[in-house]
Ligand binder design. Structure first.
Ligand SMILES: Cc1cc2nc3c(=O)[nH]c(=O)nc-3n(C[C@H](O)[C@H](O)[C@H](O)COP(=O)(O)O)c2cc1C
Length: 208
């Protein structure tokens, strides 16, 4: 089976969200030692924003519009389709996801390819599978200590559900700028949550 591992912090080896996502992947590999990792480091190798050619291709209806403009999008969607499990590491940037992750979303959330638009709304075309998301933030966005809005969690939930991915679980690392004690407690809690979740995850089922 494949695990798709996506990160988007620009901070390389200093990134908390990347580190926690690597911890998630390690726990999954304990369960599935022969798993292949497909790695997308969007911080190190950012994707282009949706450009003119891509937008024309998305808005077009003819089958022949399967043009070069979709080459990158097709590759990224095939990576998603081939993965039994998806791990994402993301910082919170200005209450939501960094633009590096948004650029990936714009490539993979594609009408007539990963979702269908119907009079009743958008219907996802990808088979569901587990998605585990590590989120690092300087402050708190959930719980009693929250002093800021959270547009990251509901956004990722809604956009992933749009393409069919509903089994999404978040692992927050909150308050990383609130001192060493708060950060250490956040790490301990997040790692425990990951261990518990990874131990229960049904792995190895073929992806349709
Ligand atoms: C441009 C920018 C915007 C940020 N916005 C927020 C924010 O809205 N809320 C928050 O709690 N922390 C915010 N932070 C702090 C980061 O979320 C925090 O440093 C986190 O640990 C970064 O994760 P990383 O180490 O994986 O890059 C921001 C940091 C940067 C650089």
């Amino acid at each position: 089976m494949n695990i798709l591992h996506i990160t988007c912090s620009p901070r390389g080896s200093y990134s908390a969200s990347t580190k926690l996502s690597e911890f998630i992947v390690e726990r999954l590999r304990e369960r599935a030692p022969r798993a292949q990792i497909i790695r997308r480091d969007l911080g190190l190798a950012p994707l282009p924003h949706a450009d003119d050619a891509f937008v024309w291709a998305v808005l077009g209806r003819a089958a022949e519009i399967q043009s070069d403009a979709f080459a990158l999008s097709d590759t990224l969607i095939e990576e998603l389709e081939s993965a039994a499990c998806i791990v994402i590491g993301t910082p919170m940037h200005n209450f939501t996801v960094p633009s590096a992750l948004k650029a990936w979303i714009d490539q993979v959330v594609r009408i007539r390819r990963t979702f269908q638009s119907t009079p009743d709304g958008k219907i996802g075309l990808l088979p569901d599978r587990p998605v585990m998301i590590a989120v690092a933030s300087g402050g708190h966005y959930a719980g009693d200590a929250a002093r800021q809005p959270d547009f990251l969690t509901p956004y990722l939930e809604a956009i992933l559900a749009t393409i069919g991915l509903r089994s999404v679980r978040f692992f927050p690392l909150q308050g990383l700028s609130r001192g060493a004690e708060v950060a250490a407690a956040a790490w301990a809690q997040a790692e425990q949550n990951v261990r518990d979740h990874a131990a229960r995850l049904p792995l190895g089922a073929p992806v349709a």
